[in-house]
Design a protein. Sequence first.
Length: 278
Amino acid sequence: MMTDKRHVSGAGYPRKSARMRRRTGAMALAAIFLPAAGCSHKNKDMLDFLQAHEHEVSAIEYRVGVPDGIEISAPRILEIDGEMHRVQPDGKINLRLLGEVKVSGMTAKEIASKLEVLLSKYYQDPKVNVRVSGYNSKKYYVFGEVGGVGPRVYTGRDTLLEVIARSGTSFLSWTSQVKIIRPSPDRKERREIIVDVDRMIRTGDTSANILIEPDDIIYVPPTPLAWVGLRIRELLFPVSPVLDAYVTPATVMDASDEYDDDENDTPGNTRRFGPRRY
């Protein structure tokens, strides 16, 4: 009995098509879910970074340290009204009527409440307001391609966008790759994230405008082209004094040749450059 080869060959097509359909379906699902997984991973990094340390970072919650300055307002209490004090190395301030009062590690609101309790021995229902007048105890750090590198005073209100705006950038600054490092002696506690500040400025989306915390390190890297230029400059640095030694005298001689003395200023000799001397 002869076998219909066309029938056998044709029977193979549906099985192959089914495999292809399953493979195509798997690729489609991967195309849908992989980008979502990438976004989810990026969002998780942002949440981990923001929630890694639950510090109180608003201006009201700033905790005073050495050598911060505070100003006390208490209109009904002349002994301390309008007093300005710097927190001493032992974390205390010295007030008339109350003597030494420990304030280090407290917020302005907590200091005011403590003073009200202490003053209640002398005054009925005392009211005190305290504000931080000098932020000196805490710092964060800015490095890279910015106008000025080094420590900055931490106020509790500092955001990434504000830090970049105050530091100043140039065409060498890669502001779409700004790195924020939240240091810690414990490796497990260290956090690091890259924020696209350029996109934030361009679109107005401030969801990644992170509140800076004490000891944070903000690094603005050079653009790839700027990096190449800086490396070339670094390589040429050892020989640049030698090049200057040859180039500078030649430049001076060329410049002197552009001027003629008054003695040679005759109808036959024309002045090529330079102002006329009288």
